[in-house]
Ligand binder design. Structure first.
Ligand SMILES: Nc1ncnc2c1ncn2[C@@H]1O[C@H](COP(=O)(O)OP(=O)(O)O)[C@@H](O)[C@H]1O
Ligand SMILES: [Mg+2]
Length: 176
């Protein structure tokens, strides 16, 4: 049974209801970040949002963009704009743009465009768990989407990132 965390839940619920913006859930392992996000996700689903969840793999060997691959695959299988979303998922899986700055930026922008298209028919909530273990490319994509959503309309997609550690999530280059 989920207990307490009233203020945190209210913050997440408000974010998911507005459907625009992002939140970071930060704290040491076992404090309840994943549970809070699960609880928030359940509430968002009841409110009609579609929730897509990605989790970084903490034990090594994950391909680049692993958490985002799960997000875009889930979205492409479940929401409209599936062609654009599926195309992004394929490009993330291929990794062909990895290491090529120009190709990577075009991929990020395709991801942004696909999300905007998908979010035009309903609120999408993206949750990235265990982002302390995410690869630099995944963090870059998160930043790109976070920044570009400020100037993109419609903005009906919200994000939450759960991050084990005390302090804000690192930038893609590991700096804070
Ligand atoms: N608010 C809560 N009420 C009840 N149990 C909780 C709550 N938050 C976390 N837990 C329990 O504590 C344990 C660790 O929570 P978890 O969300 O996995 O932590 P984290 O993601 O921060 O490592 C889990 O067994 C979870 O069910
Ligand atoms: Mg967790």
């Amino acid at each position: 049974m989920f207990v307490g965390r009233t203020a945190e839940m209210q913050s997440l619920a408000a974010l998911f209801e507005v459907g625009s913006g992002s939140a970071f859930v930060i704290g040491p392992p076992g404090i309840g970040k994943t549970s809070l996000c699960e609880h928030g996700a359940e509430r968002a689903r009841r409110g009609g949002a579609f929730v897509a969840w990605g989790r970084a793999w903490e034990f090594g060997g994950a391909p680049p963009f692993f958490p985002w691959l799960r997000v875009f695959t889930t979205l492409s299988e479940n929401v409209t704009a599936h062609r654009a979303l599926g195309d992004v998922a394929t490009r993330l899986r291929d990794g062909s743009e990895d290491g090529d700055a120009r190709g990577r930026l075009l991929l990020f922008d395709a991801a942004r465009a696909a999300l905007v298209q998908a979010a035009s028919v309903g609120t999408i909530v993206l949750i990235l768990d265990d982002v302390h273990a995410a690869d630099p490319g995944s963090l870059q994509l998160a930043r790109y989407l976070q920044h570009s959503s400020r100037s993109t309309s419609p903005q009906r997609w919200a994000r939450a990132a759960a991050h084990a550690g005390m302090g804000p999530p690192p930038n893609a280059d590991g700096s804070r």
